[in-house]
Design a protein around this ligand. Structure first.
Ligand code: ADP
Length: 472
């Protein structure tokens, strides 16, 4: 990982820095030098021309005395940090601003050397031991050249100016390089490091460590959002894993106890521990245990079906009819415990829109519980009420009730309250979980009101059919 993208990026950055710095250095020094020579030679040439023109007039008017020009030439020379010469056609120096070369003859002087250039760079016909930039302007009058004005500026002056400008350019490049280094640092801390943390976390998740939490300090940007989402995902996966583990533990436990009893009873019958005349009683117990196992298997299948979000087969039907039908199926249990089911409908006909088979199962589980947990000789009230487009169905008993601290758990899978264990040995703890799943898949609600020792009421809602809603 380290050897890949990140290192490549750093290497690219360093190479980019070196290349750009070198090219800036080469290009800018060349360009600055050329620019300075151009501007300097132009300034010197203009000055030389000014002097030449002034003395041309003297020649035209025949009033010339070059000696008079000396103070002005000296002034210009000092001002321009240059040597100003006036020479005649033969190359003899008539005036020198520094006064050192006056009357000297420039060997091989030939103005043709300037050709069409306004300046030349060099030792000017070996007159200087160092490099100078020389410009030349002719003193002419009446179409005749009388001499030349020459200005020589040492190249070292020019180099000094060039260095001053280059220093500014180099300093700016160093500042830009430094700033980009800062950007690289920000990239490193704000993007690279958090991404690395996320990658480490992803590896941990892949290894099965779903409890691993990503700590990314900045939570406002996309990376923070990604880290948050991954944390959420791992939490959910971890919960699902815990849930799956609990689920298997519960199933194994709930299957093992009836199987142990069945095994025990059958072995006792086989080895005649249970006498022949008692066998029917124990075979009935075995049958009860097998029906509990069947109920458990059906419950798990039903939950699994709801889990996979099995498609709801919605239709319009009369809920009163369904309630009556389900209530009738409990006739035997009611007779056994002398329980009365009192039905009280809001209207003769209440058409709801839902999955009829699933709602039948909800009613079955709720009525089954209320009978199981009701005392003998009691009444269970089943009623419907309407509010806006909803119909509320209530199943209310006067049974054992649910302890306050258990009420939140009764919809959990495999939950059986301690109170109920004694009353209902065949309970699976899946009935209410199935009820809740079905109601939620209908996007409806289910509530419970219960007081220990007084009774419980379960109320769930259903959507009235569109027609029904308009009519009322
Ligand atoms: P079970 O198969 O055990 O009935 P349920 O999921 O249907 O499983 O119910 C879970 C638990 O909720 C029950 O064990 C019982 O403690 C409690 N419960 C459900 N309905 C009632 C009720 N009408 N009265 C009292 N307790 C109830």
């Amino acid at each position: 990982m380290r050897g890949s993208l990140y290192v490549k990026l750093i290497m690219a950055y360093i190479i980019f820095g070196i290349l750009s710095f070198t090219s800036i250095a080469i290009l800018s020094s060349k360009m600055t030098y050329n620019y300075l020579i151009k501007t300097k030679s132009k300034t010197l040439y203009d000055e030389a021309n000014l002097i030449a023109n002034a003395y041309s007039n003297n020649y035209i008017e025949n009033t010339t005395s070059l000696i008079e020009a000396y103070p002005q030439i000296k002034l210009v020379g000092t001002f321009l940090h240059s040597d100003v010469w006036i020479i005649d056609n033969n190359g003899k120096i008539i005036l020198d601003s520094s006064d050192q070369n006056t009357n000297k003859l420039i060997n091989n002087f030939n103005p043709i050397n300037f050709a069409n250039k306004s300046y030349i760079i060099g030792s000017f016909f070996d007159s200087f031991s160092y490099e100078v930039l020389s410009v030349l302007a002719p003193i002419s009058a009446n179409y005749k050249i009388y001499g030349y004005v020459l200005i020589h500026n040492p190249i070292t002056n020019l180099n000094k100016d060039a260095n001053d400008i280059l220093n500014i350019i180099y300093l700016s490049s160093i500042i830009i390089f430094g700033l980009s280094l800062l950007i690289l640092f920000i990239f490193h801390t704000q993007i690279y490091m958090p991404l690395r943390t996320i990658t480490v976390a992803a590896k941990q998740y892949a290894l099965g460590n779903l409890k691993y939490q990503i700590n990314v300090a900045n939570t406002d940007d996309e990376i923070g959002y990604l880290a948050g989402t991954l944390n959420y995902m791992s939490n959910e996966l971890s919960k699902a894993e815990d849930y799956q583990r609990d689920f298997i533990t519960n199933i194994s436990h709930d299957f093992r106890s009836p199987l142990t009893s069945i095994k025990g009873f059958l072995e006792a019958i086989l080895d005649k521990t249970i006498p022949y005349e008692m066998q029917d009683k124990y075979i009935e117990k075995v049958l009860n245990e097998t029906s509990r196992l069947t109920k458990l298997t059906n419950g798990i299948l039903s939950l699994n079906q709801n889990d996979t979000k099995a498609y709801l087969h919605r239709s319009d039907f009369d809920i009163n009819n369904v309630i009556k039908k389900v209530a009738e199926s409990f006739e035997t249990q009611c007779i056994d415990k002398n329980i009365t089911l009192e039905l009280n409908f809001f209207n003769e006909l209440s058409i709801v829109n839902a999955d009829i088979n699933k709602i039948e199962q909800v009613l079955y589980n709720l009525i089954d519980n209320s009978i199981k947990f009701s005392n003998k000789n009691s009444t269970i009230f089943i009623s419907t009420t309407k509010k806006y487009e909803k119909l509320f169905i209530s199943i209310k008993d006067t049974g054992i009730g649910i302890p306050k601290n258990n009420i939140n758990k009764i919809f959990d899978r495999f939950y059986k309250s301690d109170l109920s264990r004694g009353k209902d040995k065949r309970g699976t703890g899946l009935g209410l979980a199935i009820v809740k799943d079905i109601i939620l898949s209908h996007k409806e609600t289910i509530d419970v009101i219960s007081t220990e020792g007084i009774g419980s009421e379960f109320i769930f809602s259903l959507r009235l059919s569109h027609k029904e809603y308009i009519e009322f």
